[in-house]
Design a protein around this ligand. Sequence first.
Ligand SMILES: NC(=O)c1ccc[n+]([C@@H]2O[C@H](COP(=O)([O-])OP(=O)(O)OC[C@H]3O[C@@H](n4cnc5c(N)ncnc54)[C@H](O)[C@@H]3O)[C@@H](O)[C@H]2O)c1
Length: 261
Amino acid sequence: MAQKVLITAAASGIGLEIARAFVEAGSTVFITDIHQQTIDAATIEIPGLLATLCNNGKRSDIERMVPEAVAALGGLDVLVNNAGIAGPTAPVEEMDPDKWEEVMAVDLVGTFNVTRLAIPHLKKSSAGSIITMSSLGGRFGYPNRSPYNVAKAGLIGFAKTLAIELGDHNIRSNAIAPGAVGGQRMCWQAAPKQQAGAWKKNERPCSVFKRSNSSSIRKISHLFAFSLPPMQAGPSRGRSSLSTMARLKLPNRMNRSNFHG
Ligand SMILES: NC(=O)c1ccc[n+]([C@@H]2O[C@H](COP(=O)([O-])OP(=O)(O)OC[C@H]3O[C@@H](n4cnc5c(N)ncnc54)[C@H](O)[C@@H]3O)[C@@H](O)[C@H]2O)c1
């Protein structure tokens, strides 16, 4: 089924792979990102991709972006709340409070703002779906990553709330909680550790993450098959990814048949 899909912060990384998976499934996809250059590269790479600039931490950007996306798509069936910055790495007592607030603004408050504006349009869809990108950090915590962990835990609560609030409108809400995913972000995060000599000489951070148990971006994008109506989302596609990542699947009252533990 051709769906109308909005994905935040998706001009590169996991979001771009999710966009590619939806486009390959015949959907129309609108992405946002904070960098115009990255958007330009993405729209060349995936012809037909619709896009606009939007800082997920800025409410005025979001208030312009959502109506623009819905108008360009001609409606909305699926919202993918992918936006999320990693934020600083420091113990709580040394954490810069401005940087803490920035993570909350982009990851948590921004997701709330996009979602609240998208809901009236999703209610008009015959099978609306909201997918929110959490993290293992949101379930179990990571040391020295308190703002990220708190934001991602908050998003799990948000996804649960949406599932309960929107079930009667036939809108599903799921949160996905991957562990470390190979990609550019992990290379950046790994670089200081390598510089500090924590890893063997000549071992490039990217290769470390390739060899480690990181989930492939492609596998994550396949989890998004769950946003398709039950008839189309084959359970095996989602189950096959469970071994490499934790997944929180939140059924709502209207969609219990789509719940795979
Ligand atoms: N990479 C991982 O290992 C991992 C693991 C678990 C969860 N996640 C989550 O998955 C999502 C995507 O992760 P990723 O690694 O692909 O991200 P990423 O760091 O590669 O960034 C993806 C895109 O976000 C854009 N962006 C950055 N700040 C933005 C802002 N304020 N507004 C709009 N766009 C912005 C960037 O320009 C980039 O194109 C995030 O929510 C992240 O927390 C990632």
